[in-house]
Write a protein that binds this ligand. Sequence first.
Ligand code: ATP
Ligand code: MG
Length: 575
Amino acid sequence: MRWSKGFIPTLRDDPADAEAISHKLMLRAGLVRQLAAGVYSKLPLGLRASRNVEAIVREEMERIGGQEFHLPVLHPGELWKESGRWFDIGDEMFRLKDRRQGDYCLGMTEEEVFTSIARDELRSYRQLPQIWFQIQTKFRDEARPKSGVLRGREFVMKDSYTFDIDFAGLDAAFDKHAAAYRRIFERCGVKAIAVEASSGAMGGSASVEFMSVSDAGEDWTVTCSGCDYAANLEKAVSVAHPVDDSENAAEVEKFETPGIRTIAALVEFEGGAPAERQIKTLVYIVQDEPVLFLLRGDHELNEVKIAEATGTTQFRPATPEECQKALGALPGSLGAVGVEDLTIYADEALGGRKGMVTGANEDDFHVRHVSVERDLANVKWTSLRNVTAGEACTQCGARLEVRKTIELGHIFKLGLRYSESMGLNVLNEEGKEVPVVMGSYGIGIERLVAAVIEAYHDENGIVWPWSVAPFHIVVTPISVKDAAAMSQTESIYEKLAAEGYEVLLDDRDERPGVKFKDADLIGVPLRVVVGPKGLAKGTVEIFERGSKEKQDVLLEKVVAAVKTRGARLASAPPR
Ligand code: ATP
Ligand code: MG
């Protein structure tokens, strides 16, 4: 492609409203433009990068036996009512009516549609297993579409679905996907950590997310410095910093705490207690019922763990009035001692604790000497709290780290969730009808492109890894008015293109400095500079965008030199 004829609208300055580096650079390098909040047009360079990622994804999906489909994004509401998700999913789903007032929605993921095809077509265990995938647009009315294409409201996802006769088959399909995902991310140049993830209210037995470390991420990932334990903060567990409970087990005693409403205030209060000796009592309305969640005073609740514990996403914090009604006091004076008619979940870090202080369910009063085992009735033990950096790994005792990450992909053992609700059965070997065991697996294409940029950039712009680069090489003449140099430039361009490289010819009548700046910004890995000084000696200069290395190469050696560098760049380890 000739730059002068191409459409690469680079911007000199950072756009005002972009925060994530990938977002700024995708705008500045002319990859995308915003059409509406969370809705982006891909310009030619952006499309090229996306297609490179898609090609890698497609190859790896086909390598594990995946077959590509292309299903509609306009879905009849009926299907989603069958699975129940029409009612479970709230505002994130784009819903619409057709002219006959029929319910429709735009696909946010396609379990329902794939399951309906499987239900109509699959009859026997002999047709299993199946791995079906597509690379298709998804719509989600995200609450906070930000960070550019990292969180769009319209985006492309590779989604796949597996159908097996039994759970052993699902395990195999899941492992195949995990391996394919590792290869995909590695080939795209990004280091991805496979982490245990929450299956939330959707049930399912296992789910793994693939995370790339980046400040632009919106997920927190816990990793162990001593072993391979890695989990999403929503799922992670740790050994809490231990507390000495040598206090003797006196009777529970009520005491007055005028105006004390917070953990911090009770720490300061004379006769109060340090945070790790307090029980924090949080009230949520879970499916219309008040439920108590207890944590150590210095620990933070993770709401996703409420979904895991209760098996529903239908919950919200109780209002002060609802607390008053349920427990007889306002937030700040709440506790679980003596509460027998409500469901109580307690975080595991409270197990066996003695000499604790908590609210007395009477405004301005607390109780002390609380022994968790002795004084709290019918507690359900679970993990409710956020792990913090520096706590110990439950597997090996080493120090845990907590880092911000981008979720690149998610693989999920669905089990019978859709086959049972939608009636997807086949005949097994004994001729008996059994539900099909399913898995579902996703990778966001644009999010992956953005994650690549998060990992591959410097102060001058993008530094594409070879596999994703929209162009591998830019051939840059110092002056387009120099006829001899232009003819050499053309010939180098032709030769490199003939080798199968994606080559850009910067034939714009601009100063070299301007051209170099643009080439740096759009991140082309190799630049071949053709100038009069070099040509006088029969050489051109090869410049490597990443290392900034320069090399003078004889004209007849250009292709060989590019091949060597290209091969080295293509096999660079992921970041
Ligand atoms: P998140 O927690 O970031 O919202 P999710 O859990 O909703 O992600 P999945 O439903 O598992 O995501 O979707 C599979 C993949 O699709 C994700 O791993 C991610 O790569 C991509 N993806 C999800 N939502 C978006 C979005 N709004 N914009 C771009 N990519 C997305
Ligand atoms: Mg989401």
